[in-house]
Design a protein around this ligand. Structure first.
Ligand SMILES: C[S@@+](CC[C@H](N)C(=O)[O-])C[C@H]1O[C@@H](n2cnc3c(N)ncnc32)[C@H](O)[C@@H]1O
Length: 207
C-alpha cells in the first residue's frame, strides 16, 4: 500500500454520490481536475469546525468539491453559492447537485467570477477558490473584503510554482497570490501540502 492508498483508506466519503462522481470522472480528459478526496474532507471538516453557514466556491467544475461543501452546509444548516463560467460544466454541476439531493443547500451560478463577485453581498464564512489561477491575485482584495472577520479564504493548487509538471504561467499566478496573502496584515495564513498545495487564510478579528 503506498502513501496515498494508505491516506485515502481513512477518507470516508460524506455521501454515496461523492464516490460515484469520483469514479465517473476517472479517465475523463474533457474536464479540469477535481480536488483530492482528502481536500474535500478538509473542506467538510472546516465547515463543521467554524459552523460555516455561508460558503462561496469559485470554480465548481463538475461539482466534486461542491458535493463536499454541500454536505458540510447541510450539516450546519447553511448554503453554498458556487460559480463557474463554462456552460457545459455548469449543466453537469446542476445535474450532479440534483442527483446528490443537495439542491436546497447549493445555488449554482453561471458566469465569470470576476463579474459575479461584485454583485454578491459580504459576510462570507468561507471562500474557496479553485478556478483560473490568474483570478487568485486579481480577486484577492475583493475576496478579503467580502469575507467576514474570523472567516477563511482557501485557495487550491498554490504550490504550482514549485511543481515542474505545471505550466510556468500558472505557477507565477499562485506565487504572486501567496506573496500577496503572506504580506497581508489582515490575514493569518499557512500553506498545507495537500494535493497541489492549499493556502488557508484566516481573516483576523479586531485584535
Ligand atoms: C479546476 S476546475 C474546478 C474543480 C472543482 N473545484 C472540483 O474540485 O471539483 C476549475 C473551474 O473553474 C472554471 N473557471 C475558470 N475561470 C473562471 C472564471 N473566470 N469564472 C468562473 N469560473 C471559472 C472552469 O470552467 C473550471 O470548471
Amino acid at each position: 500500500m503506498d502513501y496515498f492508498d494508505y491516506l485515502r483508506s481513512f477518507i470516508k466519503r460524506d455521501s454515496f454520490f461523492i464516490k460515484e462522481l469520483e469514479s465517473a470522472s476517472l479517465g475523463r480528459d474533457d474536464i479540469q481536475p477535481s480536488v483530492e478526496p482528502e481536500l474535500g474532507k478538509f473542506l467538510g471538516l472546516i465547515i463543521r469546525l467554524i459552523n460555516a453557514k455561508r460558503v462561496l466556491e469559485i470554480g465548481s467544475g463538475v461539482g466534486y468539491s461542491t458535493l463536499w461543501l454541500g454536505e458540510g452546509v447541510k450539516a450546519t444548516g447553511g448554503k453554498v453559492v458556487t460559480i463557474d463560467n463554462h456552460e457545459r460544466t455548469h449543466k453537469e454541476v446542476v445535474r450532479n447537485i440534483a442527483t446528490a439531493g443537495l439542491d436546497n443547500w447549493v445555488e449554482k451560478k453561471l458566469g465569470n467570477a470576476e463579474d459575479i463577485i461584485d454583485k454578491l453581498s459580504g459576510g462570507w464564512d468561507i471562500v474557496f477558490q479553485d478556478a483560473g489561477k490568474y483570478l487568485y491575485p486579481l480577486l484577492h482584495e475583493r475576496i478579503v473584503n467580502i469575507t467576514r472577520r474570523g472567516g477563511l479564504i482557501i485557495a487550491d493548487d498554490t504550490l504550482f510554482k514549485v511543481n515542474p509538471e505545471v505550466r510556468k504561467g500558472l505557477g507565477d499566478h499562485v506565487d504572486k497570490y501567496n506573496k500577496m496573502v503572506f504580506s497581508d496584515s489582515r490575514l493569518y495564513s499557512t500553506i498545507l501540502s495537500v494535493g497541489h498545495g492549499v493556502t488557508v487564510s484566516l481573516k483576523k478579528g479586531n485584535e
